[in-house]
Design a protein around this ligand. Structure first.
Ligand code: FAD
Length: 411
């Protein structure tokens, strides 16, 4: 970028994407001013440990993304505990909750998502939590005491990781899921069924096709004591964790008139409908050239690599963010990985043993490989991801044959 030393980049959202973006701006040689605005008081960190390592034992800290000296060394100005409240695209000025204003030459939106809450009677009782931040994770960890009754609402990835951690701490755990299977928004029934068995085998009470009607508190201390399901069951609860999904945080983008549709709309170069404003991470609804469509993802990979691509493009590169989506989850020692984001498939092919939690399920559409979900096969999955990125669709027989190495299919 010409005369970059006189330019100013502002990043809204000091989470995973924001933290990686400012790092990439400097790594790419940008020597103008960089400002990172974050509503949380913690400097950027990655969130996966919040529902895993931090919950299985007391006193586990979430590592910051960068060493303390990083921001001063790289001359990056942090505005922590500060919320950006307005973007004026005419004057190119961001107004913040602390009354400050920051002008920008280029702006990057990394506001992530907002957890959905349950607006039902008793929803404001104590010990009902959602999980998004370090503070949420610490508060939940403090409630996972042996013998406590924990009710998890929502059988998606976050809820099930909390259930796994809570069982490992000796809690009695019930998962209440409105759909007829676990992780049903993202995964096929075979995987949901295998995980339902995994959780049941580990003592989790899984209630499918069940909603929540209300929470009942203890009149003494206003803490939750019972969850009343839509089937009328009363579940004892010392704590409730609500994991019912995340909505992209599009309020700022909406208010300043950027294109918004299931997230801030960006092209493959991470550009919004305003050429001076970019976006990355959970907040985006972005065009993925490998999938040939827009997609919204909530994943480590997307936060990390889309942010790096956005930063490079803000610095003057023209680099498409084009990766096959990838996500992982760990529950009861089983590593699940998924690659691809298929909307539809007309066939599945299985290598190994999905009910036995050791195999890969391939999703095929008109004989093209459009998705893969692996259980305890992380090494194989590295090659499967590369196959999918290269657009290769090996024959079905080869996919399911344990004797065929995925490495060889890449050749
Ligand atoms: C508990 C948990 C476990 C996860 N585990 C996995 C996993 O195992 N595998 C995987 O692939 N993915 C996982 N993810 C998903 C992954 O962490 C997210 O996709 C990633 O954090 C998204 O990064 P982001 O920067 O877009 O959003 P975030 O990391 O949420 O950061 C957004 C930041 O912007 C701030 N912000 C929002 N609006 C403003 C504003 N107006 N002004 C200032 N600041 C603002 C927010 O406070 C927040 O700090 C997990 C997520 C969670 C919550």
């Amino acid at each position: 970028m010409s005369n970059s030393s006189t330019q100013k980049f502002v990043v809204i959202g000091a989470g995973h994407a924001g933290g990686r973006a400012v790092e990439a701006m400097r790594a790419n040689g940008f020597d103008g001013a960089v400002h990172l605005i974050g509503a949380e008081t913690a400097p950027p960190y990655e969130r996966p440990p919040l529902s895993k390592e931090m919950l299985v034992a007391s006193g586990v800290e979430c590592p910051p993304m960068h060493p303390d000296a990083f921001y001063a060394d790289k001359d990056i100005t942090l505005h922590l505990g500060v919320t950006a409240t307005r973007i004026d695209r005419e004057t190119r000025v961001v107004t913040n909750s602390d009354g400050t204003q920051l002008s920008y030459d280029r702006l990057l939106l990394c506001g992530g998502g907002r957890v959905r809450r349950l607006d039902i009677p008793g929803g404001d009782l104590a010990n009902i939590h959602t999980l998004r931040t370090i503070d949420d994770s610490r508060a939940i960890e403090a409630l996972l005491r042996s013998g406590s009754s924990i009710v998890v609402i929502g059988g998606g990835f976050i809820g099930l990781e909390v259930a796994s951690a809570a069982r490992s701490r000796g809690c009695a755990v019930t998962v209440v899921e409105a759909a007829d299977r676990l992780m049903g928004r993202a995964l096929p029934a075979e995987i949901g069924d295998a995980f339902a068995n995994l959780h049941r085998d580990n003592g989790v009470d899984i209630r499918l096709n069940t909603g929540v009607d209300r929470f009942i508190g203890d009149s003494g201390d206003s803490s939750v004591r019972e969850v009343v399901t839509t089937s009328g069951d009363k579940l004892p609860a010392d704590a409730v964790i609500v994991g019912i999904g995340v909505d992209p945080d599009t309020a700022l983008a909406d208010a300043c008139g950027l294109a918004v549709n299931n997230g801030v709309v960006v092209d493959e170069f991470c550009r919004t409908s305003d050429p001076d404003i970019y976006a990355a991470g959970d907040v985006t609804y972005h065009f993925n050239p490998l999938l040939g469509r827009h997609v919204r993802l909530e994943s480590w990979q997307n936060a990390q690599n889309q942010a790096i691509a956005a930063a490079r493009n803000m610095c003057g590169e023209n680099e498409a963010f084009a990766e096959i989506p990838w996500f992982w989850s760990d529950q009861f020692g089983v590593n699940l990985q998924m690659s691809g984001a298929p909307i539809a498939w007309d066939d599945t092919a299985i290598r190994g043993d999905i009910p036995g939690l050791d195999g890969i399920l391939f999703q095929l559409n008109e004989e093209s490989l459009v998705g893969a979900i692996s259980l305890n096969r992380p090494r194989d999955m590295r090659f499967v991801k590369r196959l999918m990125t290269a657009g290769k669709s090996p024959p079905r027989d080869a996919l399911i044959d344990e004797a065929v190495a995925f490495r060889d299919l890449l050749k």
